[in-house]
Write a protein that binds this ligand. Structure first.
Ligand code: UDX
Ligand code: UDX
Length: 432
């Protein structure tokens, strides 16, 4: 099939590449000329394991192309995926849909034959209806179907999530569009995963409800971790013990520094504000948002206790700064609120991050980047494991830290407290 992705960010690039890998002809289009130029030179703009090889393979086979001519990409394609960002509108807290509608208008002017317009961007309920009404009076009088097909791709595991999805959700009332979408996904859904069709509004809400539920699950376990810290219980046991109940499930029950990234914070805010417009109070999600915000304060107070209330000239090493491992993404990373709070009290931060120096941290005078773990930890009084990168899991801490009295605060519980005790390191985890 001939497809195009409008928006070649995390979602558009991964989705387009994976669709080309199962034999479709795909154009990934974007208004960012620089991004397209680099992609055409073989430079992948994001860190996503496995993506570079897959892009190369499909470009070489001639199935995957990159273009800054969005109109041309639309005209040449039978199925158009809208994959542009939907950032938080700072005034309303709802999703800002200006890019989605911009693309819809572009599609309207290039609708030269029947096409399926698939919205993959995370959008509020009724956005599909609005896209449909934009397309109504197109000059070619072409027929079209607007379908919702939300993405459930985790950064760092996006290819796996695409190839072996838990479910593919298609929202449409058009039988024709549903049949085509099913055949597009056939090579993937054959592998035992579920293909679920519903109304377009239903599909739009499934995306928000799923992310809000997962965010709530994380806030829940983080609050349990706070309780465990005060009652000498290990949160890891609670997660395992709860997760073994299949009604609860073990995934997304890891306590940590709070959820971040490009989706959970934005989508929880958006659904709460959207529901308000429908005069519905989503109080549980609202509480999850507040709880996650409050996490910075809780972590800050714990650090304060760990360093005996003295921040002045304390040297703190951060291992990892991205919002989770296997991504270079800094969007809403928990450290972005924690680090400013620490330096405002006089701490000095040295960080090591496997995906390199981060522009988001460049503006702080007392924050420096180290190219090696050992450089970041050399002068540290306290080491904070902020992101669960694999390369931190087997560090020889005793050797690395020599005989200094360094404290380790492991915000991802990647180390064993017993082992730390054995090698004489003062160790704190989350909820244990
Ligand atoms: C996606 C979704 O679209 C978002 O709704 C979801 O919640 C998270 O995932 P993401 O792929 O992370 O967003 O966005 P980003 O990496 O910002 O990429 C968006 C791309 O669209 C950018 O490359 C941007 O240049 C491009 N774009 C934006 C267009 O091509 N046209 C526009 O009109 C606007
Ligand atoms: C999310 C959705 O999971 C995915 O389906 C899609 O909608 C895009 O948004 P992503 O943001 O890439 O994916 O990462 P995810 O793995 O969901 O993690 C989000 C945040 O939750 C991270 O900050 C992570 O560290 C945190 N998290 C996750 C926990 O604190 N504990 C957990 O058990 C799981």
């Amino acid at each position: 099939m001939k497809l195009c992705m409008i928006g070649t960010g995390y979602v558009g690039l991964v989705t387009g590449t994976c669709f080309s890998d199962i034999g479709n002809d795909v154009i990934c289009a974007d208004v960012d000329n620089n991004k397209i130029k680099n992609l055409n030179l073989g430079t992948i703009p994001i860190y996503e394991p496995g993506l570079e090889e897959m892009v190369k393979r499909n470009v070489n086979q001639g199935r995957l192309k990159f273009s800054n001519d969005v109109s041309d990409a639309i005209r040449k394609s039978d199925i158009i995926f809208i994959c542009v960002g939907t950032p938080t509108n700072k005034k309303t807290n709802e999703a800002d849909l200006k890019y989605v509608f911009q693309v819809a208008r572009k599609i309207k002017f290039n609708l030269n034959k029947y096409k399926i317009i698939v919205n993959k961007s995370t959008v509020p309920v009724t956005t599909g209806d609005k896209i449909e009404s934009i397309l109504k009076r197109n000059k070619f009088k072409s027929k079209y179907d607007v379908v919702s097909n939300p993405e459930f791709l985790r950064e760092g595991e996006a290819i796996r999530d695409f190839v072996v999805p838990d479910r593919v959700v298609i929202g449409t009332k058009s039988k024709k569009a549903l049949k085509i979408m099913r055949s597009l996904y056939l090579p993937i859904i054959k592998k035992n995963s579920r293909f679920f069709s519903t109304s377009r509004r239903g599909a739009e809400l499934i995306k928000y409800a799923s992310n809000a539920f997962l965010a709530t699950k994380i806030s829940f376990i983080n609050e349990m971790a706070n309780f465990c810290e005060e009652s000498d219980i290990n949160i890891e046991d609670i997660s395992v013990g709860m997760g073994l109940d299949q009604r609860i499930g073990e995934r997304f029950l890891r306590a940590g520094p709070g959820y971040g990234g490009s989706c959970f914070p934005k989508d929880t805010r958006a659904i709460v504000s959207l529901a308000k417009r429908f005069k519905v109070n989503l109080s549980i999600i609202n509480s999850a948002i507040k709880s996650n915000k409050n996490r910075t304060k809780i972590l800050f107070n714990r650090i304060l206790k760990i360093v005996n209330n003295k921040f002045k000239n304390k040297s703190i090493a951060f291992l990892g700064v991205t919002f989770k491992a296997n991504t270079d993404d800094m969007r809403e990373s928990p450290c972005l609120s924690l680090i400013p709070a620490l330096i405002s009290k006089g701490a000095k931060i040295n960080y090591y991050e496997p995906t390199g120096q981060k522009k988001e941290l460049d503006k702080y005078k007392n924050v420096t980047f180290s190219k090696k773990v050992s450089d970041a930890t050399k002068k540290a009084d306290l080491i904070i494991v902020h992101t669960e990168w694999n390369e931190f899991k087997q560090l020889n801490l005793r050797k690395l830290l020599k005989n200094k009295k360094v404290i380790v605060y492991d915000m991802r519980n990647i180390y064993s407290p017993e082992k730390m005790k054995k090698i004489g390191i003062k160790y704190y985890g989350i909820g244990r």
